[in-house]
Design a protein around this ligand. Structure first.
Ligand SMILES: Nc1ncnc2c1ncn2[C@@H]1O[C@H](COP(=O)(O)OP(=O)(O)OP(=O)(O)O)[C@@H](O)[C@H]1O
Ligand SMILES: [Mg+2]
Length: 412
């Protein structure tokens, strides 16, 4: 039976990938930490054929260990469900001679500093970016490059909008750099993160993500997702809707930007999650591109809206097979996150409607949890997923549902 190596099944894409592999009749071996594996849900454990406990605190050693393991086991494909390991998955697959992206550019699909450099080299449409390890150096580079305020400061290697701020003036730059450098290690594996900080032109407009499958370097669009974020200086995500409502010109602009970004980053065999802002008609700027499944249950939205399993496509491509990309649905699906109205102690969630269109709802925070204000994606307590016949319908329904729900917090 075909064996697949899944580097970390933690996170919300993990179980989707495990289920898709099982449905394809593939045996999945998972690389993880022993203590994390203990806390995997039983539903995930049931789908795992074997584990390899790997020390991810040194990615070069992890790469060697996983290549040796993959060879011994006769693994035929390598994928990841964990964004921090997307570059590693590319390298391990390439070392094993399996379908992968360009291993020379593996870092650039995860590290935003290397990514910005790759975009610039290739002339892909991305905000002008400078990076440095200290606030002083960054301030000098910002001035020398003529990047104006407001600008965006972010850590090179974090995720989930952690440490990302819109900076309005030079006076606030040092504080934003310090904030961006507040997470030197990835959680929960303890992988050390690049401590450089990026300063980037602020890109206005509306944000989308383009989900694609790449087969032999040929890009196939799966869906365009519209993203909804808070409008203040933090950029917390409120939700996503698939498919985004777009004119054909705007679609073409987004797809062209995505394709240019994928080419710049050496995408060959796999899936891509490209976060792109449409600035004005005909102009788009890439925020980032990952060689990985999208987060936030977007794979579920794609499946509900189009019938295509992105998880299955990812696995099929990783194994060198032809992916099933045929659309069997024409619907819209929306996810909205449940966030507290202010910082405080989480009490509970009231008012989730019991309706057929609410296809999934989950509250994962435990009562008594201390919640921060909704400035990043950490303050979420749960989510709801709804479907509708059209994007407008799904968005309206999602608004109604969120409006009916109360996230209760007590003052600290
Ligand atoms: N240069 C920019 N101009 C305008 N908005 C930006 C810029 N960079 C980031 N943002 C906003 O901040 C969000 C998070 O930034 P980014 O994607 O770089 O960080 P992240 O940690 O990968 O976050 P996430 O996991 O939420 O995507 C973006 O989705 C976008 O809304
Ligand atoms: Mg991002």
């Amino acid at each position: 039976m075909t064996k697949l190596l899944l580097i970390e099944a933690n996170g919300n894409a993990g179980e989707d990938l495990l289920r898709a592999a099982a449905a394809l009749g593939v045996r999945t071996l998972v690389a993880t930490h022993a203590d994390l594996y203990d806390n995997y849900p039983p539903s995930s454990k049931d789908l795992i054929a074997g584990t390899v406990f790997t020390d991810f605190s040194d990615l070069e050693l992890a790469r060697k260990a996983l290549v040796a393991y993959g060879r011994e086991e006769g693994v035929e494909g390598v994928i990841t469900g964990w964004e921090f390991f997307s570059g590693l998955a590319t390298q391990v697959a390439a070392d094993l001679g399996l379908p992968s992206h360009d291993p020379e550019l593996a870092l650039a699909t995860r590290n935003k500093r290397a990514m910005a450099e790759a975009f610039e080299r290739a002339g892909a449409p991305a905000p002008r970016t400078v990076s440095a390890a200290t606030a002083e150096e960054l301030a000098e580079l910002v001035a020398a490059a003529g990047i104006e305020y407001p600008l965006v400061v972010k850590p090179a290697e974090n995720a989930g909008s952690i440490g990302v701020t819109v900076v309005r003036s030079a006076d606030d730059l040092a504080r934003a750099v310090e904030f961006a450098q507040g997470w030197p290690f990835e959680f929960p594996h303890g992988t050390p993160l690049d401590n450089s900080v990026l300063a980037q032109e602020y890109v206005g407009g509306v944000e989308f993500s383009v989900e694609s499958a790449v087969v032999d370097g040929r890009v196939r669009e799966l869906a365009i997702t519209q993203k909804f974020t808070t409008a203040d200086d933090s950029r917390a995500e409120l939700g996503h809707t698939v498919p985004a409502e777009l004119s054909s010109d705007d679609r073409a602009t987004l797809l062209a930007a995505s394709a240019a970004g994928l080419a710049a980053l050496g995408f060959r065999h796999g899936i891509a999650h490209a976060e792109i802002k449409l600035v004005s008609p005909g102009t788009a700027r890439i925020i980032e591109i990952g060689a990985r499944p999208p987060g936030d249950h977007i794979m579920k939205l794609v499946r509900l809206a189009t019938g295509v399993s992105e998880a299955a496509a990812y696995i099929q491509i990783a194994l060198g097979r032809t992916p099933d990309l045929e659309r069997t649905e024409q619907r819209a699906a929306a996810i909205r996150f449940l966030t507290p109205p202010r910082a405080g102690v989480f009490r509970g969630v009231r008012g989730i409607p019991d309706s057929e269109q609410v296809v999934e709802a989950e509250v994962y925070a435990e009562p008594g949890k201390e919640l921060g204000a909704a400035t990043d994606n950490v303050a979420r307590v749960g989510y709801v997923i709804v479907t509708g016949g059209s994007t407008t319908e799904a968005n309206e329904l999602a608004n109604d549902v969120v409006g009916a729900i109360t996230v209760e917090v007590d003052p600290r």
